[in-house]
Design a protein around this ligand. Structure first.
Ligand SMILES: NC(=O)C1=CN([C@@H]2O[C@H](COP(=O)(O)OP(=O)(O)OC[C@H]3O[C@@H](n4cnc5c(N)ncnc54)[C@H](O)[C@@H]3O)[C@@H](O)[C@H]2O)C=CC1
Ligand SMILES: O=C([O-])C1=[NH+]CCC1
Length: 316
């Protein structure tokens, strides 16, 4: 009944997760009445950054209900802890409880990969696809998960890692040295290798912008993962507000309440990720010159997708 982080990692197939994630995000953005997801609750402790988060949702169409309860304690390691519970929506039975750290890490990175497929791969010509460069900023749980998922699902020509604490980046590079020989470390964010990157994933808990317009190239795709409070941000206003930037979010409702970059810059959201799925018009309109930003804060239907994939794989 309870599956720990190792069981989650072993049984959560990434291609299946990508498929179920696309389906639920598509239906979420279409306001499918069989899918219910209220805004999550974030209860702060003593006005501090420590918080208890509750993310429920019901999917009558697929026959499941899910609730993830996690703590977010940025000074603890790991910062996120908790559990995901999956229920049958026809009879109310509890089906599975699983470690939320691993589910959160993998579903977030897979959502970023889906955005990269829809917003970057579609606009690239073959040559760019073969020589693509990935950069990951922040090398803790999310940074690690992004490296793992992005390299399992795509072959990158080069990968650059940066972390505020350089030892974390070096450790991550060393943990992958037997599998990947194309990882390099960026000492700082003014390194011009950042400007060569085709895809950048920002995976930090920063409260100050880490990158702005000058540090990135035309047409870059950014997955901005870290912020989920008004006071947090990883991207500067010039990047958010440039006329060359198109901003996509996981949920407009959540982003306007939680995404620091969007709240502080008042940048216009172009669409939800789910609106781009099965949408040929949008794919044809994506312009190679535009910067695309997928700002995620994390939503319950993503945890539901992961819990369903896990449950159905364990049931076999
Ligand atoms: N979008 C989403 O769906 C999700 C977002 N998150 C958020 O992503 C972020 C990363 O998550 P974890 O790796 O689990 O957190 P973590 O606490 O393990 O790691 C935080 C990382 O941010 C770095 N950092 C903190 N302040 C910084 C600053 N001012 N400048 C540069 N780097 C800084 C730390 O060095 C560390 O590498 C967190 O803010 C977390 O809340 C987490 C889960 C899901
Ligand atoms: O969606 C999620 O689980 C989280 N988003 C930010 C912290 C945790």
């Amino acid at each position: 009944m309870y599956y720990d982080e190792f069981a989650v990692k072993e049984n959560l197939s990434l291609p299946s997760l990508l498929e179920v994630l696309s389906d639920v995000l598509y239906r979420y953005s279409k306001h499918d009445p069989s899918l219910q997801q209220p805004l999550r609750s974030i209860l702060s402790i003593n006005g501090q950054q420590n918080a208890l988060l509750n993310l429920p949702c019901i999917d009558i169409h697929l026959g499941y209900m899910c609730v993830k309860t996690i703590t977010s304690f940025p000074e603890s390691s790991p910062a996120i802890d908790g559990a995901v519970s999956l229920f049958n929506s026809n009879n109310g039975r509890l089906l599975l409880i699983a470690d939320a750290k691993e589910i959160t890490a993998r579903r977030t990175a897979t959502a970023s990969f889906l955005a990269t497929q829809l917003l970057a791969f579609k606009k690239w010509k073959n040559e760019q696809k073969e020589n693509a460069i990935l950069t990951i900023l922040g090398c803790s749980v999310q940074g690690r998960a992004h490296l793992d998922v992005f390299t399992q699902l795509f072959k990158w020509n080069k990968i650059y890692l940066w972390s505020r604490n350089m030892t974390h980046a070096i450790n991550l590079q060393s943990d992958y040295s037997s599998k990947l020989s194309n990882i390099e470390i960026l000492k700082d964010l003014n390194d011009n290798r950042l400007q060569q990157s085709d895809v950048i994933c920002t995976c930090t808990a920063s409260e100050e912008a880490l990158i702005g317009l000058k540090q990135v190239k035309k047409g870059v795709h950014i997955n901005a993962v870290g912020s989920f409070r008004e006071t947090m941000r990883e991207l500067a206003d010039d990047l958010m507000l440039s006329s060359d930037t198109q901003i996509i979010v996981d949920s407009k409702e959540s982003a306007m309440k939680e995404a620091g970059e969007i709240i502080q810059s008042k940048a216009k959201i172009m669409a939800e990720l789910g609106e781009l799925i099965h949408n040929d018009k949008f794919s044809n309109d994506i312009c190679n010159e535009k910067i695309t930003i997928f700002k995620s804060v994390g939503i319950a239907v993503e945890d539901l997708a992961a819990a369903i994939v896990l449950y159905e794989s364990l049931k076999k």
